[in-house]
Every structure is written in structure tokens, then in C-alpha cells.
Design a protein around this ligand. Structure first.
Ligand code: C2E
Ligand code: CA
Ligand code: CA
Length: 862
């Protein structure tokens, strides 16, 4: 506040110019300004205070008209006053004047005029400076205005309780905020006022007032709700200050302001609500919040953030964050922050931290930089712990990987099983099932092949039997390797049975190409294979079904290849045969015949025929050969060439042999009992029949007398060295007194030495050798040599196929012992034989000569 002490000037000095009465000296010392005016208004005399008031020395003032030093606007007033004074004085002799200073400024003074009569009448002008007062008033007015505006614009109502004066003052805003009219009277009594206070706030308000009234506090501030004239509640913040006190120390005057803070309260409540929600949300979400001042390096962290990081609230600075970072993530995380700060774009971050307890946690953060009101560069962000999520995700990932691994394992197992299911365990080649799949694909048109090769190993069974299964396995693996090496990428090879393989040929192969491939296979497989010191020789027969002309479906072709193989096998080893329609017809026939053989055996359609044999010299019947016949229900009587081969193929030959032999022996024994006079009976025995288990036992039980029964064995049976079993059987037969005859002698290539080991009783010269002896001398010689050798070894010689008497004579002359042939008798039924024997008319007319011979021989034998 401006004060009067700022007033310029110094105390008045006693030095005054001019002639002065004594009283003038006194006046000079007076603090008030005095001036003596001539009646015309010129200045006659001034004291020091006056000249000081004009800021001029006295000699610059004296003689001058007073109006010169008065503000022009005030000059009139002064003239009027002086004139009035001279005229008797009706106007008040006091007025306010502005004195003009040398620098042009004015100085307010209170002027009093008084008349001085006497010898030199004059007017006394007395002045008192009111500059300070003026300034104080102005300042006060200014201050009041300022406060008034300040309070009003702040919507603050002023109240003033002057208890001493019993004066209660309430400003207009005070009323306005309460909805009262500006001129409305206010009952300032506490009892009335408190009624308008919200009941919930009353106690608190009264307590505050009491404390101020009691002088416990000098300054008081409280908030409460008061009822607005409209009826709603308004929030008021009341500030009161005690400014005057009773002698007892209690306030006698309290002044204060009331502020309507309803809006603020509302905003606060809203803010509170918002921040409560935010807090709740943060609490629930477990999100920690930080705000870092990037300029100062200080940071504020909320409770949640501290707990996430395990930080002490005292741990200051950004470094605490860096220290927690997992070493493996540190560089990346900090680089991310640096980049985010540099970009000023909101950014995410993910990293691990190591808490003081050693636990590793996964943290996600979202941050953004901003500049606050004070221009500080800040980074604000939220962090949350995603360890559970990460763990869960890791667990899931592990589970997924595990499942995947399991799947792979299963897949591998499935593949393995599938492979095993489709491949031959020994050779690793595709098996029959795989082949079937391939055939299905072929039928479906997904693949195509030009030919099927059905390969069957020759002599495999012998290798298996003689060298053992391991040798057999080695041969099969060798074969698989050979085939795999020879076939092309688009051929398909499978092992489909014991020693059977199958090749589906690349559709691009021509027929010549297929033949070439087959030749290669046969050639490769006929090469001997070393196995544990043995050189194993086997070979392969191949049946080929050419399919490229699209005649047959896949499965039919498969059968065709089988048929062709069957033919190839039948024709000898190491060869191939193509399937043909003719072949198929033959095979069909063979198949049907085979079925009929089985049925014929069951129905007893196989019967023995008998062909007698004669002494070459006497033509006596020496025995009968049993020959099988089939009484076919459709085709009538069938000879062995119709069924023997097929029966052998289907392993029915043993059964036929057995069946024929049984009937023959039964017939023979009935002839014996009848004394029919047939010395001996022979049966043809196949090699399989010879090896039939139980043969020897069953023969033993029959108790056949020695020399009555002969077994005719084909020379070819003995082509190979006799195995131990066969030798045993032969010696068993001779023990039982059963003769062995070598049938079809001269056709095979068995060595004589080898044949001798069989210890045969007879050998039968094949009819193919016998037939040409009439016209060919060479043949005669050959047959003669055979007879001589036989005799030299003490073996009887039988000639078969003796068709004419001339043959009979030549053979007899060559020394042959026994004759059999159409010249004497054809094979016949038992009944026919019996009739034949009884008739005895097989002897030719020149019997007398024969009779001589007979006698000679009988004599020799005797
Ligand atoms: P084989 O043992 O050489 O039998 C003699 C064959 O010559 C018989 O043919 C017979 O009918 C025929 N034959 C007899 N005399 C003459 C003749 O003067 N001229 C001609 N051209 N042929 C004559 P069959 O009965 O057709 O038997 C053929 C072959 O069948 C037999 O040859 C024999 O090896 C075999 N066979 C016959 N029956 C059986 C049997 O029960 N078991 C076995 N395993 N083989 C049998
Ligand atoms: Ca025979
Ligand atoms: Ca024969």
C-alpha cells in the first residue's frame, strides 16, 4: 500500500526573505503554508512551508499573482473566494486547490482563506498538503475495487461478523451463490443458518465454528453443503480469519469468504470416480504404471509396478529397471526403449526380468513419450506380468511338440507297420498284398504296365532240402537283389510266394524289350551262387503275360502269367513262355481234367488193365503188367497219357498208383486162390508213390510171397543220385521179396553202374528201341547188347512193344527173356484176361519148334 512517507520535500527552513514582523519568524517555522495576498491577488509574503509547497524559492514567488500557481481549472474558484471574501464572505472559506509545480505537475492542497484588515488590508491564504491523503484514498479505493472484482470473479462471497458492533455483513456474491436476491436480508444467527446446512455436515461445521469462536484457531477453513434457495445442495468452502479480539482473547470480529465449490466437488467426485475405476482396473489387471522424467532420470512407480519388479520404493532412478533385466534380453529391451523414445510413437516391449527372489518373470510393456506442462520430456508406460501366459504358451507349445513327436512316432510306426504289411520280411521286396494294391491301381487306371513276368525258381526245393532253410533264404535274397538290380525304375517287383517272384513291366517296354529283360533275369539267375563253401545252382522259369495290347484285365493277366509259367516249367528249366490263347485252352482243359481226376478217384473210376507177358521161347505166360485206365463217365475208357501228367502235377499220382496197386493185388490174390496160373504181377510205381510214407509198412502187412510182385520204376527216376531214403526203400522192398524192374530202359541216360546199385530183377527195353529192330541192323545190335549186358549182370531182360511175330522171333534170337506186346495181347480187363488165359490161343501155328525150345530151356533151368 502506498503511504504518505513517500511524500517529497524536507522540513521547512527558517530562512525567509523580505521584511518581516516578529510574528513572521514564528510563522516561518510553522508546518502549514502561509501566504499573504494583496487585495489584487498578488503575493506579498510566503512562509518556508508555502514556498516548499510550490517547490520554488520565495523571491520567485513574491509579487506574482497567486493564480499563476494554481491549476487554471481552480483559478476561477480561488478568484471567486477572494472576491467573496472582500465582499463580506458568504461562501465557505475552505476549498481544495491544485498547486502547479515548476515541472507542470499539480499538488492537491486544502486551502483556507481569511481576511486581514488593518493599515494594509490583505488576505491570508493558508494551505495544507492533502497529497498523501489523496493517495491513500486512491490506493484504498483501488484495493477495494481490486478485491471486490477478485472476490466476485472468484465467486467468493464475503461475510464479516463484527460481534462488538453487532454488525453482520454479507456481500452480494455471498447471497447470489445461495440463490438470494442482492438486497435480501440475512438472518446471520447461527441457529437459523445451521438449519440450512446439510445434516451430515452440521456436526463438523459446528465444531469448526466453535474452535474459531473459542479462539483455538485463528484461521479456519472447512467445506460443507448448504441448501440453495431452490432447494438443492451446494458445496461451500468457507474460510474465516479472526481479526479482532476481546480482552479475554476471544475473537470479536471474524471475516471470511465463502466459495461455491459445487462444480469443483462434482469434478472431484467424478475424478475420484474415474481414478477409483482406474485404480480398480489397474489392480485387477495387475498392471504397473511408471512415469519417468527423461531429463532428470527420475521415475515414479506405482505399487503394482514395484511389486512386479520386486523393487523397493526407495530404489530410485531408471537404473533399477535395467538392473532387473534378464541378461539375455537386456540389450534388445533397452534398444527397443531407445528406439521408442526416439520415435515418440507408442511402442510395445517384451522381456524377462530377474526379481530379487531370483524368479524369472516375463514382462510386457506399452509406453509412450510425452512432454508435460512444464516442458519436461517424459516416458509413461504400463508393465504387466505375462509369465503365466508365457508359461501356459510354453506348456502348450511343449505339449504341441510332444504331440507332434508322438504323431511322428505313430506315423513312423504306421509307416513301419504299413511297410511290413506290404513287404516281404526276408527280402524286403513288396509282398503279395502290395502287389494286390498295385493291381487295384492298375485296374483303376492309376498305373499301367506292359507285361507281367511270373518267375519261379528251379531246383529251389532241392537246395532247401539238402542245404537247409538258411541256404534257401540266402538264395531268395540273392534272387531279390538280382531282380532289383536288373529291373528299371518303373518296373515293379514283388515276392509273392516261397520261390515265386513277379515283375510288372514298365509300360514303355516293347515286347522285344520284355524278352530281353526276361533273358537277362534267366541268365543272371542261372549263375551259381556261393553259399558256405557250396556252389548252389538253381535257375528260373518265367511265364510272361503280355498286356500292352489291353486284352486282359490285371488279375486275368496275373493268371495268364501263371499259366505261361506252368507251361515253361513243364517244358524244362531256365526258359520263359508267353501266355497264348492256345495255352490257355490247354490249361483250362488240364484244370478241368485235374478236377475230374480228383472226382474220379473218389468215384472209383480208375481201374487196372492187365497185359500179359510171355516167355520168349515157350510163350508161356510169365506174368502180367498192371496198367491204369480211367473209365471216364463222358469220354469212356482213357489211357494213362490222358491223365498221368496232370495227376502228377496235382499230386494225385500217388493216389492213383495206390488205388491201382490195391485192385491189382486183390485180383492177383483171387487168381492165386483159384490156381489161375499167373506167376507174377507187376505194377508201375511213380517216384512219389515210392517215397510215400507208410508204403513199406502197408506192403509188409500184405505178406506177399517172394517174387510174386514187381515194381516197375522208370529209368528217369534214377537219373539223379539216389538219396538215402530211396536206397533204404529199395532195400526194404527187396527184403520184402518185391522185385524191382527198370522200365523204359534205354530212353534215359542212367549209367549202367548206377542202375546196378538198384539190384533190379529185370530191365524192360523201351518199345521205342524195340520197334525198329526189324529194318535196322544197328537197332538190333543195340538191343542185343542191352540183353547181353543184362544177362552178364544176371538181370532178366523184357522187351515191350512187341507188335509182330517177327519182332518176337528176332528178340527171342537175341536172347531176350520175356516178351510183351500187341503181337500176343493188349492190355485188358480182369475178366478179359481170365478169358484170354483160359483160351490159351495166343500161340502161333509153328508151335512144335517152340515146344523144343521150351524143353531145352526147362532143362537148362532145372
Ligand atoms: P509202360 O510201362 O511202358 O507200359 C506199356 C505201354 O505200352 C502201355 O501203354 C501199353 O498199352 C503199351 N503197349 C503194350 N504193347 C504195345 C505194343 O505192342 N505197341 C505199342 N505201341 N504200345 C504197346 P499205356 O497203358 O498207355 O501206358 C502208358 C504208360 O503209362 C506206361 O508205360 C506206364 O509208364 C504208365 N502207366 C500205366 N499205368 C500206370 C500206373 O498204374 N501207374 C503209373 N505210375 N504209371 C502207369
Ligand atoms: Ca511199365
Ligand atoms: Ca515201358
Amino acid at each position: 500500500m502506498t503511504t504518505a512517507s513517500e511524500d517529497k520535500g524536507s522540513p521547512p527552513k527558517p530562512a525567509v526573505a523580505g521584511t518581516l514582523p516578529d510574528a513572521a519568524v514564528v510563522l516561518d517555522c510553522a508546518p502549514l503554508g502561509f501566504c499573504l495576498l494583496e487585495p489584487d491577488g498578488r503575493i506579498r509574503h510566503v512562509n518556508a512551508a508555502f514556498s516548499h509547497a510550490l517547490s520554488l524559492p520565495a523571491d520567485a514567488i513574491l509579487g506574482e499573482p497567486i493564480v499563476r500557481f494554481v491549476h487554471p481549472d481552480d483559478a476561477g474558484l480561488l478568484s471567486a473566494k477572494t472576491a467573496d471574501m472582500e465582499g463580506g464572505g458568504v461562501l465557505a472559506n475552505q476549498c481544495e486547490l491544485r498547486l502547479v509545480q515548476p515541472d507542470g505537475s499539480t499538488k492537491p492542497v486544502m486551502a483556507s482563506l481569511s481576511q486581514m484588515t488593518g493599515p494594509s488590508p490583505s488576505i491570508i491564504l493558508q494551505i495544507q498538503s492533502i497529497d498523501e491523503l489523496k493517495q491513500a484514498i486512491t490506493a484504498l479505493q483501488k484495493s477495494e475495487t481490486r478485491w471486490k472484482y477478485a472476490l466476485e470473479s472468484a465467486h467468493q462471497g464475503v461475510w464479516d461478523h463484527d460481534f462488538d458492533a453487532n454488525d453482520l455483513f454479507y456481500s452480494i456474491p455471498w447471497k447470489t451463490m445461495r440463490g438470494m436476491a442482492a438486497d435480501a436480508p440475512v438472518d446471520g444467527s447461527l441457529d437459523v443458518w445451521i438449519e440450512n446446512v446439510h445434516p451430515a455436515d452440521r456436526e463438523h461445521v459446528l465444531e469448526c465454528i466453535r474452535r474459531q469462536d473459542e479462539g483455538e484457531v485463528e484461521f479456519n477453513i472447512f467445506q460443507y453443503r448448504e441448501r440453495h434457495a431452490d432447494g438443492h445442495w451446494i458445496w461451500i468452502e468457507s474460510r474465516g480469519a479472526s481479526i479482532e479480539w476481546t480482552p479475554e482473547g476471544k475473537p470479536s470480529r471474524i471475516i471470511g469468504t465463502d466459495t461455491d465449490i459445487s462444480e469443483r466437488k462434482k469434478a472431484e467426485a467424478q475424478l475420484e470416480e474415474i481414478s477409483r475405476r482406474l485404480r480398480l482396473a489397474l489392480d485387477v489387471s495387475k498392471v504397473g504404471v511408471f512415469e519417468a522424467n527423461l531429463d532428470t532420470g527420475t521415475i515414479m512407480r506405482d505399487k503394482q509396478l514395484l511389486s512386479i519388479y520386486g523393487l523397493d520404493p526407495q530404489q530410485p532412478g531408471l537404473s533399477a529397471f535395467e538392473e532387473r533385466l534378464h541378461p539375455d534380453d537386456r540389450d534388445a529391451a533397452l534398444a527397443r526403449v531407445a528406439a521408442g523414445v526416439a520415435s515418440a510413437i507408442p511402442f510395445m516391449n517384451a522381456f524377462r526380468i530377474i526379481r530379487p527372489d531370483g524368479k524369472i518373470r516375463h514382462i510386457r510393456s506399452s509406453s509412450v513419450t510425452y512432454t508435460d506442462n512444464e516442458g519436461a520430456h517424459k516416458l509413461i508406460g504400463a508393465n504387466w506380468d505375462v509369465t503365466e501366459d508365457v508359461t501356459l504358451r510354453d506348456d502348450l507349445e511343449r505339449a504341441r511338440q510332444l504331440a507332434e513327436a508322438r504323431n511322428l512316432e505313430l506315423e513312423a510306426a504306421r509307416t513301419r507297420i504299413e511297410f511290413n504289411a506290404l513287404h516281404d520280411h526276408l527280402t524286403g521286396l513288396p509282398n503279395r498284398r502290395f502287389l494286390d494294391q498295385r493291381l487295384d491301381e492298375w485296374i483303376a487306371g492309376k498305373v499301367d504296365y506292359s507285361a507281367i513276368l511270373h518267375i519261379d525258381l528251379d531246383r529251389f526245393k532241392q537246395i532247401n532240402d539238402t542245404l537247409g532253410h538258411q541256404a534257401g533264404d540266402a538264395m531268395l535274397m540273392h534272387t531279390a537283389n538280382v531282380l532289383s538290380a536288373i529291373i528299371g525304375e518303373r518296373d515293379f517287383v514283388a515276392r509273392i510266394g516261397g520261390d515265386e517272384f513277379l515283375v510288372l513291366c514298365d509300360p514303355r517296354r516293347s515286347q522285344d524289350d520284355v524278352i530281353l529283360l526276361t533273358d537277362q533275369i534267366i541268365e543272371a539267375l542261372r549263375q551259381p551262387v556261393a553259399y558256405e563253401g557250396h556252389l548252389c545252382r538253381f535257375g528260373a522259369s518265367v511265364g510272361i503275360a503280355w498286356t500292352a495290347d489291353g486284352t486282359a484285365d490285371a488279375r486275368q493277366s496275373l493268371m495268364n502269367a501263371d499259366i505261361a509259367l506252368y507251361r515253361a516249367k513243364g517244358l524244362g528249366r531256365n526258359r520263359y513262355e508267353f501266355f497264348t490263347q492256345q495255352l490257355q485252352t490247354q490249361i483250362h482243359h488240364a484244370k478241368r481234367t485235374a478236377d475230374e481226376i480228383i472226382k474220379g478217384l473218389e468215384d472209383g473210376e480208375f481201374v487196372p488193365f492187365y497185359q500179359p507177358q510171355f516167355d520168349a521161347r515157350t510163350l508161356d505166360v510169365t506174368g502180367v503188367e498192371t496198367l491204369a485206365r480211367w473209365r471216364h463217365p463222358q469220354y469212356g475208357l482213357l489211357a494213362p497219357d490222358y491223365f498221368l501228367k496232370i495227376a502228377e502235377d496235382i499230386n494225385a499220382l500217388t493216389a492213383i498208383d495206390r488205388c491201382i496197386a490195391e485192385q491189382a493185388l486183390s485180383d492177383f490174390s483171387s487168381w492165386e486162390t483159384q490156381g489161375f496160373g499167373i506167376p507174377r504181377i507187376s505194377v508201375n510205381v511213380s517216384s512219389s508213390r515210392l517215397r510215400e510214407p507208410g508204403l513199406i509198412d502197408s506192403l509188409r502187412q500184405l505178406n506177399i510171397p517172394r517174387g510174386k510182385l514187381s515194381f516197375e520204376l522208370l529209368e528217369s527216376i534214377f537219373l539223379d543220385d539216389l538219396d538215402e531214403d530211396s536206397s533204404q526203400i529199395l532195400s526194404d522192398l527187396s527184403m520184402l521179396g518185391i522185385d524191382i524192374e527198370i522200365d523204359d530202359f534205354g530212353t534215359g541216360h542212367a549209367s549202367i553202374v548206377g542202375l546196378m546199385k538198384l539190384n533190379p530183377s529185370r530191365l524192360k527195353i523201351d518199345r521205342a528201341l524195340v520197334k525198329p529192330i526189324i529194318e535196322a541192323a544197328e537197332q538190333r545190335k543195340l538191343v542185343g547188347s542191352i540183353i547181353d549186358i543184362g544177362h552178364s549182370l544176371n538181370i532178366e531182360v523184357v522187351a515191350e512193344g512187341v507188335e509182330t511175330i517177327r519182332h518176337a522171333h528176332i528178340l527171342r534170337d537175341l536172347g531176350c527173356d520175356t516178351l510183351q506186346g500187341y503181337a500176343f495181347a493188349r492190355p485188358m480187363t480182369r475178366a478179359d484176361l481170365e478169358t484170354f488165359i483160359r483160351s490159351g490161343n495166343w500161340r502161333p501155328p509153328e508151335a512144335p519148334i517152340e515146344a523144343v525150345h521150351r524143353m531145352v530151356r526147362r532143362g537148362r533151368k532145372a
